[in-house]
Design a protein around this ligand. Sequence first.
Ligand SMILES: Cc1cc2nc3c(=O)[nH]c(=O)nc-3n(C[C@H](O)[C@H](O)[C@H](O)COP(=O)(O)OP(=O)(O)OC[C@H]3O[C@@H](n4cnc5c(N)ncnc54)[C@H](O)[C@@H]3O)c2cc1C
Length: 480
Amino acid sequence: MAREYGKVTPSILEKLTEALGKNRVLADEASMEPYSWDETGKNFAVMPEVVVRPGSTEEVQAVMAIAQRHHIPVTMSAARSGVAGGAVPLRRGIVITTEKMNRIIEIDEINRTATVEPGVITNDLCKVVAERGFLYAGSPMSTLTSTVGGNVATNAGGAKGIRYGSTRAHVLGLEAILPGGEVIRLGGKIRKGTWGYDLKDLIIGSEGTLAVVTKIIVNLEPLPGRTADLLVPFASIDEAVLATSKILSLGVSLISCEYLDQPSVLLTSRYVNYAYPFQERAGAFLLVQVEGASEEDLERDCDRVGNLCYDQGAMEVFVADNRSDSADIWSVRQNYAEALRVRDPYFVSGDVLVPLSEVPAIVKAIGERAEKYDLECVICGHIGEGNMHPDIFKPDGMSVKEWEVYAEKFFADLIRVAVDLGGIGSGEHGVGFVKKPFLIETKGRVEMALMERVKGAFDPDWILNPGKIVDDHIQEEGTP
Ligand SMILES: Cc1cc2nc3c(=O)[nH]c(=O)nc-3n(C[C@H](O)[C@H](O)[C@H](O)COP(=O)(O)OP(=O)(O)OC[C@H]3O[C@@H](n4cnc5c(N)ncnc54)[C@H](O)[C@@H]3O)c2cc1C
C-alpha cells in the first residue's frame, strides 16, 4: 500500500517563509521547473510543491522540523547532474536546494583537511586547494558541475578512483540533519576509528534518504608530481583487460586507467574535433596516467607501462608528456557524456561493476544485448575498477515512453548478467528510483529488509527522499 504524505498548504508555505525569508522560498511553476528533473532526463520530471534555499545548518533544521511535523516529503537537490533520478522529487513535497550553502569554510594545512558546505562545486574546491599545494582527489568526471554534497550522497567515483578510491575514501567528517531537525556530527579531522557503528559511512552513498548533509570535512592529498599520459589502442577488449591487470601489478605510481571503445571514440572525437590515432582500426583504447617523482622516474615508468602494453598486443603506444598533448587525449574522455547528449538527448547511461577478470564477459554481454535489442551502444569505463558505462541511444521513431520501458528491459537484463559475474548494478551513479527495481531484485530479501530497517531508524516517517533506493510502501497486514 502506498504511503500517504501531507501536502504543502498555504499555512506551511507561510511557516517556511517565516523561517527562511521570502526570496528563499519558490512556489511558482516557472521557478520550480529546473528542480523537477536531473540529468536522467526531463521525461522523468516531477514538479515539487515548493523549493527552499536555506543558507545555514539552522535553516535546514527549521525546514526539516516543519516537514516532519506535517509529514511532507523532502528531496535534496544539488547540481542535479545525477543520472539515477536521485534529485527528482518523486512524491512532490519540499525540495531543499543546497545552492546557497556553497562556502569553503576552512582549509587546515596541518591536518590536511578542507571543511565545506555541501553546495560547493567540486572543481571550485579542487582549484582552491591546488593553490595551497593539495589535491582533492574525490572529483568525478562531472567535477565542473556537480557538488561535493551530491558527490557524498552518491559516493561518486571518477577517473582517479583506481589510485585514490571513490568519494567515501575522502570524507573524514560529516554534519547532518535528521528528519526531525536534530543535528549529528560524525567523524572529524581524524583518520581512523573503532568507535561504534560507522554512521558516517552509512550516510555516504545513501542518496539523501537517511539525512541531510550540511557540512563535510574532506581529506586532502599532496598534489601529484610530474605526470604523463599514455594512449594505447588495442585490437580488442581482451587485450586491454590483460594489459590493465598487468599495469595494476607493475608497482608504478598509477593515477588513472580508463577505457573507451571504438564507437565511443569515433563519436566523441567528432564532437571535440580531435582524432585518436588508430581510431579507425582499434577496438579498444586505454588511457593511462602515470606519476613520477623525477623526470627520469617518469620516463622509466612510462617505458615499463608501454613495453608491457606491447607485450599484451598494443597496436601502438603514444605518450603525452606535455600539457597540451595530455589535454587533447583526455578531451575525448572528458567530453564523452556531452557528445552523447548532443547525439541523442534521450541516451540512457549504464554503470555496471564487475571484477576486472569479468570485464571481457560483461563487454561481450553488452554487445550481444545491443544486438538483441537492435540498439546503438557505446562503452567507456573506469576499467581499472571494473566499472563499465554502456550507453544506449533511442532508436529513431520510438516514442519517449516506449523508450523508457525498452531501455529499462535492456539494463535489467544486463544487471542480471553483472550480478551473475560477481558484480553489481551501479559502481558510482547510485540507485535513485530508476535502478530501484533491479536493486530489489538482485539484493535478496534479507538484505533489503535490513536496509528498510536502517531507513526506518534514521527516518521513522519515511519523509526523506521517499521512493528512492528502498520502496516506501507500507506492508499490508498478513503479507510476508
Ligand atoms: C557529464 C556527466 C559526467 C558524470 N561523471 C560521473 C563520474 O565520473 N562519476 C560519478 O560518480 N558520477 C558521474 N556523473 C553523475 C553525477 O555527476 C554524480 O552522481 C554527482 O555526484 C551528482 O552530484 P550533484 O551535485 O549533481 O547532485 P544531485 O544530482 O543534485 O543529487 C544527487 C543525489 O544526492 C542527494 N543529495 C544532494 N545533496 C545532498 C545533501 N546535502 N544531503 C543529502 N543528500 C543530498 C540528492 O537527493 C540525490 O539523491 C556524471 C554526470 C554527468 C552529467
